[in-house]
Design a protein around this ligand. Structure first.
Ligand SMILES: [Fe+2]
Ligand SMILES: [Fe+2]
Length: 362
């Protein structure tokens, strides 16, 4: 049994629900420039695609996956659901290029808004999933010491709240069209995930005890200036790890629950470094009284599932073996991959799936 402390390094992946695999590939692959790192089927429903996007090797923290369910009804955010997914970008200049590229493609964009710790651009994918592109900096140490994050409730200054914002900066965009994604625009995986809870204190204790995340920022929702917005992350007392910030909007007592479906997040997955650590984690979660699934073999990682107190489905996935287990890293996503137990049904499965217009990694 592992003696490694049960502290996750951050997100492994996020899984969302879409209705149209081809449109998902166009939006996330072509428009946003993410690599298709695996084209497979939903292991529990092989008639539906399961598409994985990520960096060139599909590293944990960069992975976005989609269940493609053509008949899914439209979902809505609320308690127990994810409000939005933020992808990281290096600089404000590159963020403005994204604004121009998205708007030129007909996507409605809000921002960039100054959130203090980063700048945020908001838009939605074709199913309505709310997305954000957030700058890497200036970071969480702008209003408290880097080695003492999350201690005080920090009230956002007036210039970050409605009515006090720099409207000219929000209206700015890149002066030229951006038909090609330049190197500086590269999206660096999951910057943060923001969910909604009906009990901020209980949810926070859950993320701390179950996953070893640390409270790194206590502030208010900067769009209403009233409700609490807290951030948890992998934090060693010196710096917040990349790809690890889970933020919660505190709607304490609300009964406005998320409705699962298209345009919503199905679950969020955090990292375990090894199968041994995951086994220890499963025992720990069971000891907390949680209902935890058995370990599931997902070919590219092994998974366990459980729910946060507000209802959000949470997974812990192992870092390995990774996406190179059934095709070369330089050819990830090039062909339909099936787990061994479904290979015998390949002709039927291939017939039932709509061919995708774009083959291979973009
Ligand atoms: Fe955000
Ligand atoms: Fe998952």
């Amino acid at each position: 049994m592992s003696t490694t402390p049960l502290k996750t390094a951050g997100f492994h992946h996020i899984t969302m629900v879409s209705r149209d695999a081809r449109r998902t590939l166009e939006f996330y692959g072509e428009l946003l420039g993410l690599g298709l790192v695996k084209k497979t089927v939903n292991f529990d429903d092989p008639s539906a695609y399961h598409l994985y996007f990520g960096d060139e090797a599909g590293r944990p923290g960069t992975i976005l996956t989609f269940f493609e369910w053509p008949h899914a009804s439209k979902g809505h955010w609320g308690v127990g659901g994810v409000h939005h997914l933020a992808l990281g970008v290096a600089t404000p200049e590159a963020q403005l290029k994204w604004k121009r590229r998205l708007e030129d493609a007909g996507v409605s964009v809000t921002g960039p808004l100054d959130r203090g710790y980063f700048r945020s651009l908001y838009f939605a994918d074709p199913n309505g999933q709310i997305l954000e592109i957030a700058t890497k900096g200036p970071g969480y140490a702008i209003d408290e010491e880097a080695d003492a994050l999350g201690r005080e409730l920090l009230i956002p200054p007036a210039e970050r709240l409605p009515g006090g914002r720099d409207e000219a900066a929000i209206a700015a965009t890149h002066p030229e069209p951006v038909p090609t994604i330049t190197a500086d625009m590269r999206l660096d995986g999951i910057h943060h995930i923001s969910a909604i809870t009906d009990d901020l204190e209980q949810a926070g204790a859950f993320y701390e005890n179950a996953l070893g995340l640390e409270l790194v920022k206590k502030t208010l929702n900067q769009d209403d200036g009233k409700t609490k917005h807290y951030f948890w992350a992998s934090y060693d007392g010196k710096a917040v790890a990349p790809h690890s910030a889970m933020t919660l909007f505190g709607w304490n007592g609300s009964t406005y629950h998320a409705r699962p479906g298209a345009g919503q997040t199905h679950h969020v997955a955090f990292r375990a470094e090894s199968p041994d650590q995951q086994e220890a984690w499963r025992d720990h979660l069971l000891g907390m009284g949680l209902n935890v699934s058995p370990v599931m073999d997902r070919t590219y990682f092994e998974s366990i599932y459980f729910r946060a107190p507000d209802g959000l489905l949470v997974e812990i996935a192992t870092d390995g073996p990774g996406f190179g287990v059934d095709e070369p890293i330089e050819k990830l996503g090039a062909s339909l991959k099936l787990p061994a137990w479904l290979e015998g049904r390949r002709p039927d499965i291939e017939r039932s799936l709509e061919p995708l217009a774009v083959e291979g990694q973009t």
